[in-house]
Ligand binder design. Structure first.
Ligand code: ATP
Ligand code: MN
Length: 475
């Protein structure tokens, strides 16, 4: 039976027989194999006898897959406590070093690795990233489960386009080259698979609200699709979002939940993926060395995570944020590309100024102007702002977008009419306000933005196995 390399390294026991399987990371002096099976960052050293069959030795190349039977022994060499003294080596999969892309490039760049995303799992960096991603996903479910939330699966195909007008991917089985037409020339969707126009979801929130009106505490964690053509280091066309929705919560409860949640999952990763995070921390430190002094971050990755877990997030209103920006040296020296005045949607340069230069910690901004936010956010008493909350994180910008929802039927329908959202089509959403409405609140956290933050990677394409971005759906 196969033993995982992680278990052998962790236990530090010696003098027992094992079988290990994995991929060769290096092979020195025709004797020392570093074998990695992805169970942890570290490879194990396997030592083969000098009398090993030459035909086999020739096939022990970087990237080859081996099965090794042997005995775990205390290691005499530096760098490891135990090693496997091999008794039998079986080649499971050969790997031609003349052709293996990871072998050909010495220190391949992240950009290059994106082009060979099917192989990049084999690198230390991506092994660490995807183990951390897994741990975060697990921690998210654990956080909500421990608090009695119900995990709700909201639909991926949806007919409502309330939120994402113009940014959605259409789902259709109509022939693209010759779709059935109405008399006025428009496409006749009644002949489509669902008998109407459908799209991939941009958010599970509206459906989650329906669940919260009975189960009280629910969350979704699923794929989300946005056809926005924003080719940035923080946007994907397909990403994963976590959306808790809680009956009886107001905006302050919502902020508390989001802050507790983010701290919990970061702490969980720090406790359970220390080796991976330390490696990623070093990687980031090296990347930072390439930057000019004044652009380097003041904290290393581990320090930053520690800091976030141990300090309160700053809480300010949108109006405060605008005033801080107007008072800033950056504004006075005309460093901002976009205009700053009450009413603007905060641009990424503004968000980054607030979190990276001014507060140097995560910031929760509340009370945004109603005109730049969605129809379902609860109107504040001033009639100008809504109970929205965005959480901005250093190096990332917006990581969470949420709000207390408008539970008052008259206010909600008025807002929908003002924003030209069809109230008849959305009867099912409005029914929650007709039949036993209550105050409630929720938020959406972009999973990949969280993984970016925790892993210290800088491009969102490097924290999802196979990124979907404009003009790119390879693999
Ligand atoms: P942004 O202003 O960064 O585009 P948004 O205002 O469109 O974000 P929301 O609609 O509030 O974002 O979505 C909730 C969360 O989902 C965001 O806070 C972010 O973490 C994440 N998110 C949004 N769009 C994307 C995307 N294209 N790729 C990855 N994550 C995203
Ligand atoms: Mn967006």
């Amino acid at each position: 039976m196969r033993t995982k390399i992680k278990d052998i390294l962790l236990s530090e026991k010696t003098d027992y027989a094992v079988n290990i399987k994995g991929w060769v990371r290096s092979f020195r002096n025709n004797q020392f194999i570093a074998l990695n099976d992805g169970s942890c960052m570290a490879s194990i050293q396997a030592v083969i006898g000098l009398d090993t069959d030459e035909a086999i030795v020739k096939k022990i190349t970087n990237g080859a897959c081996l099965s090794i039977d042997g005995v775990v022994k205390a290691s005499l060499g530096k760098g490891q406590k135990v090693e496997v003294v091999a008794e039998k080596v079986t080649i499971l999969g050969e790997c031609d070093p003349e052709q293996f892309p990871l072998q050909l490039k010495n220190r391949p760049s992240l950009e290059y690795l994106r082009e060979i995303a099917h192989l990049r799992f084999r690198t230390n960096t991506f092994g660490a990233v995807f183990r951390v991603r897994h741990t975060l996903a697990y921690a998210i479910h654990k956080f909500f489960n421990d608090r009695g939330f119900v995990y709700l699966h909201t639909p991926i195909i949806t007919a409502s386009d309330a939120e994402g007008a113009g940014e959605m991917f259409r789902v259709s089985t109509l022939p693209a080259d010759n779709p059935p037409k109405n008399e006025d020339g428009s496409i006749n969707y009644t002949e489509d698979f669902f008998g109407r126009c459908t799209n991939l979801t941009v958010s599970g929130q509206l459906e989650a609200e329906l669940g919260a009106m009975a189960l009280s505490d629910v969350y979704t964690f699923g794929p989300t699709f946005r056809a926005e053509n924003s080719n940035t280091a923080r946007h994907l066309a397909e990403f994963w979002m976590i959306e808790p929705e809680v009956a009886f919560n107001d905006i302050v409860d919502n902020m508390n939940l989001a802050e507790d949640f983010i701290k919990y999952v970061i702490k969980y990763a720090m406790d359970n993926n220390r080796e991976d995070l330390e490696f990623l921390s070093q990687r980031l430190a090296e990347e930072e060395k390439q930057k000019p002094m004044n652009e380097r971050s003041e904290m290393g990755l581990m320090e930053k995570l520690e800091f976030v877990v141990n300090n309160s997030f700053e809480r300010i209103t949108y109006t405060d944020a605008i005033n801080i920006l107007l008072d800033s040296p950056a504004y006075k020296k005309k460093k901002f590309q976009y205009e700053v005045k009450w009413g603007i949607d905060l641009q990424s340069e503004h968000e980054r100024y607030l979190v990276e230069k001014h507060f140097k910690k995560p910031v929760i901004v509340t009370g945004y102007p109603k005109d730049i936010k969605a129809f379902y956010m609860r109107m504040n008493d001033d009639g100008k702002t809504v109970a929205a909350m965005d959480i901005l994180a250093p190096g990332i910008g917006e990581i969470v977008g949420g709000s207390q929802r408008e539970e008052r039927l008259d206010m909600l329908t008025r807002r929908m009419e003002e924003m030209h959202i069809p109230t008849e089509e959305m009867y099912w959403y409005l029914d929650t306000r007709r039949f036993g409405a209550c105050p409630h609140a929720g938020f959406g956290l972009g999973f990949e933005r969280l993984v970016l933050f925790v892993s210290g990677m800088t491009n969102i394409r490097d924290v999802i196995p196979f990124p979907r971005t404009p003009k790119n759906a390879e693999f």
